[in-house]
Ligand binder design. Structure first.
Ligand code: MN
Length: 496
């Protein structure tokens, strides 16, 4: 589903004509070495495309205008090898619509103390050239990621790599379409919101489709395709007895496979990247999609239960940004709490729809009754999420703006048996602790639905919020409730 080869990031070196041909040749050559170095060994998930050194207002403006209109270009990196007077950049920067990373590096790592002379000083001016550049960015109020350090430093490459993933996410978010089967769960506030404002702000579109059209697609699936998919289920998962061949619930497995194929065909034909459904509108469907939603998420589709289109779009985007990284990303809901002193934690799950990308353990395919929805028993995948660092992310609509809420958590090893809980589950401990973490989330108005991510960091989400120009509330080890309360009040003013 995700192919990063379709993207590139432009590496733009700034200078001016003052230094003469020789110096400018060296500037271009050095920039090429840096780009080649960063492009090597897959350090950055996207190809960095080197652009000619810009030396005049016209060159800056033309290049940044071109960046806007080039579909492959998802962002630009700027670096001032020499001093590039920043008034030259005003027009171009005012037009730029792509994310920008200001790379504050220099070609040489060390000062060559024994040989340094004025020629060297003439050529290697990032320390002050980049300050001139940063000044105009600040003066113009342009959000950008600043990465500081020598370009051969692994940590520096890692920061650029993370930013590149965010730029991919932003590009994706502007293009994707989300299909809604059925509307919002009746009377629920947080899963709803202004879809038109969301499209204006983020670019993704959300549209409604009749469940009957989906059911037609489900019923049109061939026996052959269904049999193939069931073989895949048998291959990948431990099927419980009733679902085995000649088991008394085998027909439900066949129905589940038919639903998965129908959903997948609908999404594929319509060019959708995610969808929502609701147990309140399953007209004509035999069971609520369980294994179907779980496996479609695993394939990269966004999903939101109960009509939650914001979480669906966010999940697909985060899955895209995280493509190729270890760990997974799932639709999640805070289900219930464990308040044991000194061992407090959250049990996360949903009635069915948790993505198996968050486990490396055994996944079993089971069938159990579902208390709500009034349909036949749904087939679902049951497993325990892997332990390790993770985040919960929620996007909410506050009416006059959107807010992103991020809570750093520590996924806990699930060692308990759950003989009577027929759902996939995750256990985690929120940062900085249960009391402050939950208070912070409630203060910020975060949803009960989240994207649970094992491979996107808090820092990345903070940067992503800045890139999207959306208010972002971070709850992590540094969270202090007094400061958070003030932050929310200050933000209210800032985003007015
Ligand atoms: Mn829910």
């Amino acid at each position: 589903m995700f192919d990063f080869k379709e993207y590139e990031i432009w590496f733009i070196t700034g200078s001016q004509h003052l230094y003469g041909e020789e110096t400018l040749k060296q500037v271009a050559a050095n920039a090429a070495v840096i780009v080649k170095g960063l492009n090597s060994e897959g350090k950055i998930p996207v190809h960095l495309a080197i652009k000619p050194t810009v030396k005049s207002p016209e060159e800056v403006t033309n290049l940044l205008r071109e960046a806007n209109y080039d579909d492959r270009c998802i962002g630009v990196i700027t670096w001032m090898h020499t001093f590039s007077p920043s008034k030259m950049w005003i027009k171009g920067l005012s037009l730029l619509q792509k994310p920008i990373l200001h790379f504050h590096t220099q070609f040489n790592r060390d000062i060559p103390f024994s040989t340094i002379d004025m020629d060297f000083m003439n050529l290697n001016q990032s320390a002050h050239g980049d300050r001139e550049h940063a000044h105009i960015l600040s003066k113009m109020g342009i959000a950008r990621k600043i990465v500081v350090g020598h370009w051969q430093n692994e940590k520096v490459a890692h920061q650029i790599s993370n930013w590149a993933r965010l730029a991919i996410g932003k590009s994706r978010l502007t293009k994707i379409k989300i299909a809604r089967f059925g509307d919002n769960m009746r009377e629920v506030a947080v899963t709803d919101g202004d879809k038109v404002s969301a499209e204006m702000k983020f670019g993704f579109s959300v549209n409604y489709f009749g469940v009957a059209d989906l059911v037609d697609m489900i019923n049109a699936q061939s026996e052959n395709e269904i049999n193939h998919l069931i073989e895949e289920y048998e291959d990948k998962y431990d099927l419980t007895k009733p679902l085995l061949k000649y088991g008394d619930k085998r027909n439900s497995l066949i129905d589940a496979a038919r639903i998965e194929l129908g959903l997948k065909t609908f999404l594929k034909n319509g060019g959708f990247s995610g969808y929502t459904n609701t147990f309140e509108d399953l007209a004509g469907m035999k069971q609520l999609p369980g294994i179907a939603s779980q496996r479609l998420m695993n394939a990269g589709y966004g999903f939101g239960a109960e009509g939650d289109w914001k979480t669906s779009a966010l999940l697909h985007t985060i899955k895209c940004m995280a493509h190729g990284l270890e760990g997974g990303n799932s639709f999640m809901e805070d289900y219930t709490y464990h308040f044991e002193p000194n061992n407090e934690m959250v049990l996360g799950s949903h009635m069915l729809e948790i993505c198996p990308s968050i486990t490396t353990k055994k996944v079993s395919c089971e069938i159990h009754p579902l208390g709500i929805g009034g349909k036949e028993d749904p087939v679902r995948l049951v497993f325990n999420a892997d332990k390790g660092p993770a985040i919960n992310v929620s996007l909410v609509d506050l009416g006059h703006r959107f807010r992103l809420i991020v809570n750093k958590v520590e996924g806990v090893e699930v060692s308990q048996e759950f003989p009577h809980l027929p759902t996939a589950r995750a256990l985690w401990k929120p940062y900085p602790n249960m009391e402050v973490g939950l208070q912070g989330w409630l203060l910020a108005g975060g949803a009960h639905h989240t994207v649970y991510s094992q491979n996107i960091s808090v820092q990345m989400m903070e940067d992503f919020g800045e890139m999207l120009d959306v208010e972002t509330i971070i709850i992590d080890e540094n969270t202090d409730l007094k400061l958070l309360k003030n932050q929310i009040k200050i933000n209210e003013n800032y985003y007015k």
